[in-house]
Design a protein around this ligand. Structure first.
Ligand SMILES: [Zn+2]
Length: 313
């Protein structure tokens, strides 16, 4: 990516990309490091790139383990070059700055080559996540069926079906994938800027199973997929927010099933130790899929995200 600075007027930011191609077949696009502080996907994709024997490939596998390389190098969600959040920068812009340039290249060059795409995430520094896959709702019936089959072969314990209203809207990679008719599976594999062994294993096995399902890889042994549980966000009430600054003491663990009115946690005022901590309640029921990781909390920080089962049609 071109990046012109005081000390490097004709400089570029190198972004690692691995392309393994053998014969004619579909193209898979695998990415991680869209947010730099989310690690299972970065490790799984680098491992996949080293591990694949090109002789067993039929088609093309494009792997970017550190997509927003400046954010990855800084261990941050956003780029230190322009504070850009890559998964809120789609469809991008070729001249608007580093993060928008990466998004534009992915959307116009790489996605245009792809028959399927997987974008690996985690909760980063701000959240802990129950490992899950995400697919987007709102496509045609055929697109929804293909996404569901992709999720079944990826085999995360949970697949969350999302309409993008959780914050990304039309600015995410999965949104541009839907716009261009390419099935995109996203995954949240862990959080807290740590490395979840469970999430790493889900990614390692799931990527290989998907390659086999699309006829892209043979001769690699993988376990059969465990069944995935399809869930969704019911509405805005699934997101619980802090309304004051303080120390967040959570009351519910990841995977807990909660009811409307249950205590979600309390927020302790930093400067008024004599004041009773402020209770925060769940306003909807569901399963705790995501919880804020840092204790120090500001008004407006998201504390929880809940999922509910998708009712069989
Ligand atoms: Zn992310």
């Amino acid at each position: 990516m071109p990046h012109s600075t005081d000390l490097s007027g004709y400089g570029v930011v190198p972004i690692p990309i691995v392309c393994i191609r053998n014969g004619a077949g579909p193209t898979a696009l695998f990415m991680a490091g869209s947010h730099g502080d989310e690690y299972e996907g970065q490790v799984a994709l680098a491992g996949l790139a080293r591990d694949i024997d090109p002789a067993g490939v039929t088609g093309r596998i494009i792997i970017l383990p550190a997509l927003n390389a400046p954010a990855v190098a800084a261990g941050r969600r956003v780029s230190p070059l322009d504070a850009g959040n890559l998964n809120r920068a789609f469809p991008g812009d070729p001249v608007a700055g580093p993060t928008a340039m990466i998004a534009h290249y992915v959307a116009t060059v790489l996605l245009a080559m792809a028959d399927l795409a997987i974008d690996l995430h985690a909760g980063g520094r701000s959240c802990d996540y129950v490992p899950c896959a995400l697919i987007r709702s709102g496509g045609t019936e055929a697109e929804q069926r293909e996404l569901a089959e992709l999720a079944v072969s990826f085999g995360a314990p949970i697949t969350s079906i999302s309409d993008g209203s959780g914050g990304g809207g039309r600015t995410t990679f999965s949104a541009v994938g839907q716009g261009s008719g390419v099935p995109v599976l996203t995954a949240e594999l862990g959080g807290g800027a740590a490395l979840s062994r469970e999430g790493l294993s889900i990614a390692e096995q799931g990527l290989r199973r998907v390659l086999q399902r699309y006829g892209l890889l043979s001769g690699s042994t993988v376990d059969p997929a465990s069944p995935t549980r399809f869930m969704r966000v019911r509405g805005r009430g699934a997101f619980v927010y802090a309304m004051q600054k303080g120390l967040f003491e959570p009351a519910a663990e990841l995977r807990a099933v909660v009811q409307a009115g249950d205590l979600a946690g309390v927020i302790h005022a930093i400067d008024r130790p004599w004041q009773a901590p402020e209770p925060v309640l769940f306003t909807e029921g569901g399963m705790v899929a995501c919880r804020r990781a840092p204790v120090l909390t500001e008004a407006g920080d998201c504390l929880y995200k809940l999922l509910v089962d998708v009712e069989p049609a």
